[in-house]
Design a protein around this ligand. Structure first.
Ligand code: PRX
Length: 658
C-alpha cells in the first residue's frame, strides 16, 4: 500500500464527519440549505415543487386535503398517467433515442431499450392486457424476476389504469397464492424461469403450484420465455406465451388512461407483526411526485446520467428507484438480473465501468459482503465515473460506510444513507448530498418538509443522545393511503400508538427505534416490532413461526433475529419438538423446507435450536429479548424474573456449540 493510502485509511478511521466535495456541490440539483426553511414555512404548498416534476392531464386544485385524516388526499382534482410521465413525454421532448433501461443479463448478454423502444414495448403489452380483458382497476399480479418484461409490464398496467401487485420472484408458491387471494387478482404475468449463478432455475412449476391455491378463477396467465429450450414445460389453456401475444400487438398504440391523482398505482405486500402480509396501497400522483422529487433531490439524478440501483424490483426500492423515480426524470437506468459474485466477485464493478455509471444505490448487506471479499475486486476496475453513492434498507455501520466511501467512491463521492419503508413510498430521512455534512452510521436529518421526531413511550421528544421511537408528525405525498381492503388495520398499525384522535392530531409510527444528535441527525437503530430485517428484507417473525409450527413434530416455536456479519440480522428459530418426536437433523431439515415453502429461501433459519422449553415470564410470555441476545452472542442480563431461568443456559450452550 502506498504511503498516501495508508494516510487516507488512518484519517478515515478517525474522521466522524465528511463534507461533500466542492465539485459535487457545484453541480448538485439541490445545494442551498435554505430549502429546509423554505419547505417548513411554506408547508404543504412546498410539495408543489414535487408535483411540478410531473406532466398533468388536468391540473390539481388542492395540494393536501386532510379533512378525513389519516386518510390524506394529495393533489386532488388532478389527473395524470404514470406511464405517460415515465415514457411518452420524454419521447415527445425529443429524447426518444436516450437509453431508458440498460439490462445486464446474468450470462453476460445485454438488452438496451431507448425511451422510444420502451414506448413500443409498453404499448404492445398494454394492448395485450386490454385484449385479455384487463380493465381499469383490475389488479394484475406480476411474479417475475429481474427481466426487462417486469418494468414493461408495470408500465403497461399503469398505462391502462390497472394497479400492479409485484410478488418477489424468490417468494414461495404459497406466498404468491396468499397475495393473489388477498388482492382478488385474476391476472398473472410470470416467467418460465431465470438464471442463478449460471444455472437455469425453474419458476413456472412454483407458479403453477401457487395457482392451485388461488381461491378464485384466474382468467389469464402470461408467461415470459426466459430460458428457451433449457426448460421444457407445457402451458395450460389459460396460459399464453408473452412473445406470441406481444408480437400480435406490436405497433399498437394505447392511449394512456387519465387517472385521478388518488387512484391506486400499485399494491405492494410487506410483512407485519401478524401472519398476514399487509397490502400497502400507493397512489398515482403523490407516489410518483414523491419518488421523482427524491430521485432529483437526494439521488441527484439528471436526464443524461446513467444511474444504477442494484435492488430487486420485487421490493419497494426497485419500484421507487429503478422504475418510477428515475424514469419519471427521463434518465438511463441500469437493471441487473443476477448475483454480485457471478461469474466473479467483481461483477458489479465491471458493470459500473462498462456503463460508466454516475450514481450507484445499494444495500449495506451487499457492502458488507464486498468488504469481506476484499478491495482487490473494485480495484480491478475504473470506477471514476461515479459521482454519488447511496444505501438503503438497514443501518450501515461506520466501518462499512467508510469502506464504501474509500474503495467504491474513491473518497470523492458523497454517500446518502436513506431511511424509508415500503409504506413511505420514498426516502424520508437522509442527507441532501449537495447540502449536508455526512456522519457515517447516521442517516441524517429528515428531508425538507418531513417532520420526523424521536419520542419516548409517552410521545414526548427525547433529548439529543437518547434513544426513542421514530415518528412522523405530518403527512407527505408518497405515503401509503391505506392497507388494501383493511382501513382498520391501517389505523391500528400506523396511527394508533401516538395520535390524539380527539384533537385530530395524527402521528405516523413506522415501528423503528432511533436516536437523534445535537445537529438533528437521526440514527435508525432497527425495528421495535416483531419484524426482522435480513439482508435489508423485512420478514415477520410470526409468519416464520406459523410456518414452523405447521411442520409435523413441532409443538412450539419462537423466531427472533440475531446479529449477522453480512446479512445484518439472521433468522434464529427456537423449537420445542412435540412429545414422541426428537429434535434431530431430520426434523431440522423439515423445518427449513417448511419455511422455504411458506415464504421463500430468504426466510431460511440460520440456526434451528431444539429446546424442551422456551424462556417465559411468570405471566407466560416468551422472553424474545433474551432469545435475541442468545442468538447475537450478547451478555445475558438478569434472568431472575423468568418462570424457568434454568433453560437459558442450556439454550445458550446449544447455540454456541454449533
Ligand atoms: O427498519 C427500517 C429499515 O427497513 C425497514 C423498512 O423495510 P422495507 O419496507 O422492506 O423497505 C426497505 C427499503 C426502503 C425500516 O422500517 N431501514 C430502511 N432503510 C434504513 C433502515 N434502517 C436503517 N437505516 C436505513 N437507511
Amino acid at each position: 500500500m502506498s504511503q498516501e493510502n495508508v494516510d487516507l485509511e488512518a484519517r478515515l478511521e478517525e474522521q466522524e464527519a465528511f463534507e461533500p466535495p466542492e465539485s459535487f456541490v457545484e453541480q448538485a440539483n439541490v445545494s442551498d440549505e435554505g430549502i429546509y426553511d423554505e419547505f417548513e414555512e411554506n408547508w404543504p404548498e412546498c410539495w408543489e415543487r414535487a408535483a411540478d416534476l410531473l406532466s398533468w392531464d388536468e391540473e390539481y386544485d388542492t395540494v393536501l386535503e386532510d379533512d378525513d385524516a389519516p386518510f390524506y388526499r394529495w393533489f386532488t382534482g388532478g389527473t395524470l398517467n404514470a406511464s405517460y410521465n415515465c415514457i411518452d413525454r420524454h419521447v415527445e421532448d425529443g429524447a426518444g433515442d436516450r437509453v431508458a433501461i440498460e439490462w445486464e443479463g446474468e450470462l453476460g448478454e445485454t438488452r438496451t431499450y431507448t425511451y422510444e423502444d420502451l414506448l413500443e414495448e409498453v404499448n404492445a403489452f398494454a394492448a395485450t392486457l386490454r385484449d385479455l380483458g384487463v380493465e381499469e382497476d383490475d389488479v394484475v399480479t406480476l411474479y417475475m424476476p429481474m427481466v426487462p418484461e417486469l418494468p414493461i409490464a408495470m408500465l403497461a398496467c399503469a398505462r391502462i389504469g390497472a394497479p400492479h401487485s409485484v410478488v418477489f420472484a424468490g417468494f414461495s408458491a404459497e406466498a404468491l397464492a396468499t397475495r393473489m387471494n388477498s388482492a382478488e387478482s385474476e391476472y398473472l404475468v410470470t416467467c418460465d424461469g431465470y438464471y442463478r449463478r449460471g444455472d437455469p432455475l425453474d419458476h413456472i412449476s412454483k407458479t403453477n403450484e401457487g395457482l392451485e391455491d388461488v381461491d378464485h378463477e384466474v382468467s389469464d396467465v402470461v408467461v415470459v420465455d426466459r430460458l428457451g429450450d433449457e426448460l421444457e414445460h407445457d402451458l395450460a389453456e389459460n396460459q399464453h406465451d408473452w412473445a406470441d401475444l406481444v408480437d400480435d400487438n406490436r405497433g399498437e398504440t394505447v392511449e394512456p388512461v387519465s387517472r385521478d391523482a388518488e387512484d391506486m398505482l400499485f399494491l405492494m405486500y410487506t410483512s407485519g407483526t401478524t401472519g398476514q402480509p399487509k397490502g400497502v396501497k400507493h397512489t398515482t400522483a403523490g407516489y410518483l411526485a414523491y419518488t421523482a422529487w427524491t430521485s432529483h433531490a437526494v439521488l441527484d439524478i439528471e436526464p443524461d446520467d446513467t444511474y444504477w440501483c442494484s435492488a430487486d424490483i420485487g421490493w419497494i426500492t426497485g419500484h421507487s428507484y429503478i422504475v418510477y423515480g428515475p424514469l419519471a426524470l427521463g434518465t438511463s437506468t441500469v437493471m441487473y438480473e443476477g448475483t454480485p459474485d457471478y461469474p466473479e466477485k467483481d461483477r458489479l464493478w465491471e458493470i459500473i465501468e462498462k456503463n460508466e455509471v454516475d450514481i450507484f444505490y445499494t444495500a449495506p448487506t451487499a457492502i458488507r459482503a464486498f468488504m469481506k471479499w476484499g478491495k482487490e475486486y473494485p480495484e480491478k476496475h475504473d470506477l471514476s465515473s461515479l459521482r454519488l453513492l447511496g444505501t438503503v434498507g438497514e443501518p450501515i455501520n461506520p466501518k462499512a460506510w467508510k469502506w464504501y466511501y474509500q474503495h467504491i467512491g474513491g473518497g470523492e463521492c458523497p454517500i446518502v444513507d436513506t431511511w424509508w419503508q415500503t409504506e413511505t413510498g420514498g426516502m424520508m430521512v437522509t442527507t441532501l448530498p449537495g447540502v449536508n455534512t455526512m456522519k457515517p452510521g447516521s442517516a441524517g436529518p429528515p428531508l425538507p418538509g418531513i417532520d420526523a421526531r424521536i419520542v419516548d413511550t409517552q410521545g414526548e421528544e427525547v433529548d439529543a443522545g437518547n434513544a426513542g421511537y421514530l415518528t412522523v408528525h405530518n403527512p407527505w405525498p408518497g405515503m401509503l393511503r391505506t392497507l388494501y381492503n383493511n382501513d382498520e388495520r391501517f389505523i391500528s398499525e400506523y396511527w394508533e400508538e401516538y395520535s390524539d384522535e380527539e384533537a385530530d392530531e395524527w402521528v405516523y409510527f413506522p415501528e423503528d427505534g432511533a436516536k437523534i444528535d445535537d445537529d438533528g441527525f437521526i440514527t435508525v437503530l432497527g425495528r421495535v416490532d416483531d419484524v426482522i430485517n435480513v439482508s435489508g428484507h423485512r420478514l415477520g417473525t410470526m409468519e416464520i413461526e406459523s410456518a414452523i409450527v405447521g411442520v409435523e413434530g413441532v409443538a412450539e416455536a419462537a423466531v427472533v433475529g440475531g446479529d449477522h456479519d453480512v446479512k445484518g440480522e439472521a433468522v434464529y428459530a427456537y423449537v420445542i419438538p412435540e412429545d414422541g418426536y426428537e429434535g434431530n437433523d431430520d426434523l431440522r431439515d423439515q423445518i427449513v423446507t417448511g419455511v422455504e415453502d411458506a415464504i421463500g429461501p430468504i426466510a431460511r433459519p440460520e440456526q434451528v435450536v431444539f429446546t424442551p422449553e422456551l424462556p417465559k415470564t411468570r405471566s407466560g410470555k416468551i422472553m424474545r429479548r433474551l432469545l435475541e441476545d442468545i442468538a447475537s452472542g450478547n451478555e445475558l442480563g438478569n434472568t431472575s424474573t423468568l418462570r424457568n431461568p434454568e433453560v437459558v443456559d442450556d439454550i445458550a450452550k446449544e447455540v454456541q456449540g454449533d
